[in-house]
Design a protein around this ligand. Structure first.
Ligand code: ADP
Ligand code: MG
Length: 231
């Protein structure tokens, strides 16, 4: 298993949080659609990666010690050209050195910027001490943090169960089309939930999974951030 190789390397190195590119790679191996990305260790590599991926891109800090990248100025979006990328690379390194002086810096993730108009959703995985692998679904931002508007299913569950998970959150109306918001690709979200389930079931070393956000569109869904805790 390729995923196991990534996980075991992290464990050997004493890291409980997979690096951003490792977590995205593991998610991708299970069929989660992820935005194109590359790891850069200096500004020239960042530009190379951006040219390969195609503009616009987003830059993000890659560190085993940082969980919330934007809290430390570790995410810069909307970069349109090489000069933007170089500037953002150095800005991110400076921000992180200032806000998290003890964090080890591996490099910067260069990622394809997803289009506007997304509804951000969260797909989570946890290991309940009694029930085992459990998957969570909710809308991003205040819906989860303030209203705790989330649904759970214990594995094993079917696509129909996954669809119910989506339908049973209070904010599901937003995904079905509301006011000026068009309806979302629910099948694509079901696929992400099923992939997350498979990932949790087949990898007992994974303690926690957080696809946050998965960007939901009328015709697709794409993950731009994955956090995986192992151990
Ligand atoms: P963290 O959660 O560690 O702060 P994220 O990678 O989730 O970092 O980025 C923070 C926010 O930036 C996301 O919730 C999303 O709104 C936006 N974002 C991140 N990556 C992209 C991307 N590739 N395309 C569009 N928006 C993005
Ligand atoms: Mg995030």
């Amino acid at each position: 298993r390729k995923a196991l190789e990534i996980i075991e390397q992290a464990l050997r190195e004493g890291r409980s949080k997979l690096l951003e590119h490792e977590a995205l790679a593991v998610a991708e191996l299970y069929g989660v659609p992820v935005a194109g990305y590359g790891l850069a260790r200096n500004e020239d590599e960042a530009v190379e990666a951006a040219e390969r991926i195609g503009y616009p891109v987003v830059l993000k800090i890659v560190s085993p010690d940082i969980v919330h990248k934007s809290d430390v100025g570790g995410v810069i979006v909307g970069l349109e050209k090489p000069e933007d990328v170089k500037k953002a690379y150095n800005e991110i390194i400076e921000n992180v050195k200032r806000h998290a002086p003890n964090a080890r810096i591996v490099g910067v993730l260069v990622q394809k910027m997803a289009p506007k108009g997304a509804v951000e959703v969260i797909v989570g995985g946890l290991r309940d001490p009694v029930f085992g692998p459990t998957i969570m679904f909710g809308l991003g931002g205040i819906f989860v943090e303030v209203f705790r508007d989330v649904s759970f299913r214990v594995a094993p569950f079917t696509e129909r169960d996954a669809e119910e998970m989506i339908n049973e959150i209070k904010a599901s109306k937003i995904l079905k089309g509301y006011r000026n918001l068009p309806p979302r690709d629910i099948k694509a979200l079901i696929k992400v939930i099923m992939a997350a389930q498979k990932l949790m079931v087949e990898n007992p070393e994974i303690r926690e999974l957080d696809l946050n956000p998965v960007l939901s569109y009328p015709d697709s869904a794409i993950t731009v951030d994955a956090r995986i805790i192992v151990g």
